[in-house]
Design a protein. Sequence first.
Length: 206
Amino acid sequence: MHIPDGYLDPLWAAATYATAITYFGVVAKRFRPVITPEAAVLAAGIFVAQMLNWPLPGGTSLHLVGGALAAAVLGPWAGSVVMGLVITVQCLLFHDGGITALGANLLNMAVIDVLVGYAVFKAVRSRLGGVRGLFLGGLLGGWAGIVAAGVACGIEIGLSPQWPFGTAITVPIMGGWHAVLGIIEGIITGSVLAYLGSKAPEVIKG
């Protein structure tokens, strides 16, 4: 899902940069997210998980994201910030994702994945409650977040003239494969949240 340099049209690159910068500016000014020691541990785990990439023909790559997990544990605003830091470090130090596409990668994984995953998690947890609600909320939130991010990525590269495939190919490939991987992401997210909910429920801020 990390878009490399040269995949995006300059207009898409500029628009996604502007959107991501605006979002994080509003989050920092209005919500003032607090980064806790738990956030550092979570960021390290997400960083490692995201470094395992599988290339997709007609798309970019396939990997776990962790946005719903970050949002459920830390809350959506701190979750976005942690995801943003992970993706930026990956880009600048490990060349995972292009600098010109950093805005799009932040938008997809630190904004869309986090907010969609959190919204689904919150809705399920508020309806069910308890450890069961944590597991099913994490399962569905993790799945929905990564699929939404994959579809957004497919749209961005599919509408860029530099890419040889249009959205008729990129969106089904990115969305479809991430829907499959989303099952694994959802199980991991739900299992971690259920474990924390039974052992240390005070850790879950979301």
